[in-house]
Design a protein around this ligand. Structure first.
Ligand SMILES: NC(=O)c1ccc[n+]([C@@H]2O[C@H](COP(=O)([O-])OP(=O)(O)OC[C@H]3O[C@@H](n4cnc5c(N)ncnc54)[C@H](O)[C@@H]3O)[C@@H](O)[C@H]2O)c1
Length: 405
């Protein structure tokens, strides 16, 4: 695949879409063998400035950020930082010109680096993100944004005060299907939201450090947060969970989120299901969406089917005693969806937010809202399923936090 423009160098390059596991890495700064060098002085002056980037964390997820950053014309990867230097070198391959370091301070001290993407374990996010923001760098951080809501609120406030972008990688929100769902919900296609129901179950790896709620529900909650119509917010969470195999942590969980318009959202997450199910239904007064992520032929279906209730004032005296309920059985439409990789869109969104200074679609506040829902669910588990109120959108100030201590 050839892509242009070639960035500040103005060169034409070949990018072959190589994957980290394939060992060959597209290098944005090095012309591919045989590629024509087409630099012209006037082109060079007109080329947009690329955003200098460092990725921190070269474990399971970091290489995906590296690959997608290298394929994003607006970004220029300068560093891959990991405590395990060998691991970082393996990710980049033998011929990379991207720097490798174990020192985050070295990354922050580099003036070419304007932005940092953090893909280290959640427990390290707060310290790394805070240091990056204090050094004046924009930040893309993996989910969950931090491990406590107080820490997340502090980072959100710090980023806003410093005029820096803080984006949370809620990857699912950048899939073509979820973006389409958001368009349909926000565009009023569904009518009033009546329910949200998601099932994310399979034979999953029992994680050593987190239960199934913290492992899988962040995906469903970030999707819920992303697609909820304007003005509809979560107001309470109740959760039930069980550990039927004695793993020492919950392997099955059911989470119910009460919404401000009276609708319910429900998420079922489970590591013990022999079959894999990835289905989300979003019901509205006009249409219902069915998203089956395991069905690429009809991933998303919009049903004109549902239950209508005739208002009593529209019923004649003669039929008032009859049922007011009628069933609508209309068409089903399967919208066409593109196949763009979500992380490419994540990188493009991050780069555009940095360039324009606007808030990204999944900013730090979105990360904080999702974290608050998870904490409310965890608290509900302690309270044997009681509903825990949630003020998901409030960001406490430094003064408020100090007063609360
Ligand atoms: N968006 C998604 O769908 C998705 C998927 C998987 C993981 N993640 C997230 O990505 C993050 C990383 O997960 P993972 O599975 O790749 O973890 P991992 O354990 O496989 O890799 C983490 C890497 O970070 C390095 N590291 C740890 N502390 C460091 C520090 N202080 N400085 C530099 N490097 C450090 C480790 O050496 C390791 O190589 C987590 O927040 C996780 O939730 C997101």
């Amino acid at each position: 695949m050839t892509y242009a423009p070639a960035g500040e160098s103005g060169r034409t390059r070949q990018v072959d879409g190589a994957h980290p596991q394939q060992g060959a890495h597209p290098e944005p700064d090095a012309p591919a063998a045989g590629a024509a060098v087409t630099t012209a002085p006037n082109e060079k002056a007109a080329a947009p400035q690329r955003i200098g980037l460092a990725v921190v964390g070269a474990g399971y997820w970091g290489p995906n950020l590296v690959r997608n950053a290298q394929q994003t014309a607006a970004l220029r990867l300068h560093w891959l930082c990991d405590l395990d230097e060998e691991r970082a070198r393996r990710v980049l391959g033998r011929y990379s010109t991207v720097g490798v370091t174990t020192s985050f301070d070295e990354v922050l001290a580099d003036e070419r680096v304007q932005a940092v993407a953090v893909a280290t374990p959640a427990a390290t996010h707060y310290r790394l993100v805070r240091a990056a923001l204090e050094a004046g760098k924009h930040v893309l951080v993996e989910k969950p944004i931090t491990t406590t809501a107080d820490e997340a609120a502090e980072l959100v406030e710090l980023a806003e005060r410093s005029g820096l972008v803080l984006m949370c990688d809620h990857t699912f929100c950048y899939t073509p299907v979820v973006r389409r769902i958001r368009e349909l919900v926000h565009g009023g296609e569904l009518g009033d939201l009546q329910f949200f129901d998601s099932v994310r179950i399979n034979l999953g790896l029992v994680q050593p450090d987190v239960d199934v709620l913290w492992d899988l529900a962040p995906h469903d909650l970030s999707i819920l947060d992303f697609v909820l119509p304007p003005g509809v917010v979560p107001v309470g969470v109740s959760a039930q969970a069980a550990d039927p195999i004695g793993a020492g942590r919950a392997c099955v969980a059911y989470l119910t989120v009460r919404l401000s318009n009276g609708a319910l959202a429900h998420c079922h997450v489970n590591w013990l299901s022999p079959t894999k199910v990835r289905t989300t239904l979003i019901g509205g007064s006009r249409r219902t969406l069915v998203w089956d992520d395991l069905n690429p032929q009809a991933r998303l279906a919009v049903h004109d089917r549902g239950v209508d209730l005739t208002p009593p004032e529209q019923l004649t005296e003669a039929i008032r005693h009859q049922a007011q309920i009628s069933y609508r059985v209309g068409d089903m439409v399967a919208p066409a969806l593109s196949e763009q990789e979500a992380l490419r869109t994540v990188m493009a969104e991050f780069a555009d937010a940095v360039t324009t200074g606007r808030a990204p679609l999944t900013d730090g506040r979105a990360g904080l809202r999702v974290l608050r829902l998870l904490h409310a669910a965890a608290r509900s588990l302690e309270l044997k399923g009681a509903t825990v109120p949630v003020d998901a959108d409030h960001v406490t100030t430094t003064q408020e936090r100090a007063a609360a201590r």
